[in-house]
Design a binder for this molecule. Structure first.
Ligand SMILES: [Zn+2]
Length: 136
C-alpha cells in the first residue's frame, strides 16, 4: 500500500516535461480565468477613473493640478492597456489548454516544462526560445 503512493510521487517529481494531467490543466485554467476576472475589474476601475477625470478636468484647476491629472490619466491608460494585453495572453493560454497544445513551445514545439509554466502560466515559449527572442 505504502509503496504505491511513493511510486506515484516519484513519477510527478521526475517528469518535469511530462504530459499535464487533466487536474493540473483545469487548475491552471481556473487560475488563468481568475486572473482574467481580476484584470477585467482592474480595467473597469481604470476606465471609470479615466472617464470621471474627463468630466472634472475643465473645472478651473490650476496648472499643477491639471498636470497631475494628466499624469494620472496617462498612468491609468497605460495600466488599462497592460491589463488588456494580459487578458489577451491569458485567453490565448486557455485556448491552448482547450486545444490540447498547452505547454508546447510555439517556436521549437518542444515541451516548455511544467516548472516554468507553473511560474509563468502564460508562457508560450520555452526558456531557450524566449532567450533567443529577447536577444534579437
Ligand atoms: Zn522553444
Amino acid at each position: 500500500m505504502a509503496g504505491v503512493t511513493r511510486a506515484a510521487k516519484t513519477a510527478t517529481e521526475t517528469n518535469g516535461d511530462a504530459q499535464w494531467t487533466s487536474e493540473e490543466l483545469s487548475e491552471v485554467r481556473s487560475r488563468l480565468l481568475g486572473e482574467i476576472e481580476e484584470l477585467n475589474a482592474e480595467v473597469a476601475r481604470a476606465e471609470s477613473q479615466i472617464a470621471s477625470g474627463d468630466i472634472s478636468d475643465s473645472a478651473g484647476d490650476d496648472q499643477a493640478d491639471a498636470g497631475a491629472k494628466t499624469y494620472e490619466r496617462e498612468r491609468e491608460i497605460a495600466l488599462t492597456l497592460n491589463a488588456r494585453d494580459l487578458i489577451a495572453q491569458n485567453e490565448r493560454a486557455i485556448a491552448r489548454i482547450d486545444a490540447g497544445t498547452y505547454g508546447v513551445c510555439e517556436s521549437c514545439h518542444k515541451p516548455i516544462g511544467k516548472e516554468r509554466l507553473q511560474a509563468f502560466p502564460r508562457a508560450t515559449l520555452c526558456v531557450s526560445c524566449k532567450q533567443r527572442e529577447e536577444r534579437r
